[in-house]
Design a protein around this ligand. Structure first.
Ligand SMILES: [Zn+2]
Length: 240
């Protein structure tokens, strides 16, 4: 039986998507807008955030709606975000991808404006590898733009969107959140390193499993932190 939005076990999945969005808000990666989508195993539809501008720090499972692969809401009075074509484009091109986050990280966006490449500069984020740049600065509000963004992403784990933001992709909500937090952290560190010298990328060749394990541990701890920590404390920079 294919998975349906009305299946009982999907209530917990909606809560996980909502928690992922709250995590990105607390981490400062969704300063005003942003969202996250998840395609359950065997589903030809996906969960996403309804079109909403305020109160993102306290959204719940009821704010998460199902959309078909054209981006139309299923059995809901609401619609998805104007940029839902980010999800239709990437899900269509990448069958391996189950979760996608779209966010607006400040430092990483500075790199896109300067036309500088983001490098895997930290041990915990070396696993991210190459981050391609999507050159169009317009919002992704048509199926065509969704397809070109997916093309720019290719087989990567993240894509930087020129003068706009970024997207991370993976197998789970937890993974795309950890990729998002680490991407912005590496942008901060690379920026600071460039003030005193030439930033160096970590070479992972032959040691891919070691760096993947380090990232997976970070992913787990980040998720746990946001299950337990007091409200609004970012994980890496809790002191501000
Ligand atoms: Zn956006």
């Amino acid at each position: 039986m294919p998975t349906k939005p009305s299946d009982r076990d999907q209530i917990a999945v909606r809560e996980r998507v909502a928690k992922g969005i709250r995590l990105l808000v607390r981490e400062g990666l969704i300063p005003n807008a942003g969202h996250l989508s998840y395609r359950p195993k065997g589903a030809d539809w996906f969960w996403t955030l309804r079109h909403v501008h305020v109160g993102l720090e306290s959204i719940g499972p009821g704010d998460i709606i199902a959309c078909d692969m054209q981006g139309n809401a299923i059995d809901s009075p609401w619609s998805g975000s104007g940029e839902r074509f980010i999800y239709t484009g990437i899900f269509a091109r990448r069958p391996d991808v189950r979760a996608i986050a779209h966010f607006h990280p400040h430092k990483a966006t500075v790199f896109s404006v300067a036309g500088r490449k983001l490098l895997p500069v930290l041990m915990l984020g070396a696993h991210i590898g190459e981050v391609p740049l999507y050159e169009k600065p317009e919002p992704v509000e048509s199926p065509e733009d969704g397809r070109s963004l997916a093309e720019a992403l290719g087989s990567a784990k993240a894509v930087l969107m020129s003068a706009h933001g970024a997207v991370t992709v993976g197998e789970s909500v937890e993974e795309v959140c950890a990729l998002a937090v680490m991407l912005e952290e590496m942008a901060r560190v690379q920026f600071e390193a460039s003030l005193i010298g030439e930033p160096r990328a970590i070479v992972t060749k032959g040691k891919e499993r070691v760096f993947e394990a380090a990232f997976r541990h970070f992913q787990e701890v980040l998720w746990d932190h946001h299950s337990q920590a007091p409200e609004n404390k970012p994980f890496l920079r809790g002191g501000g």
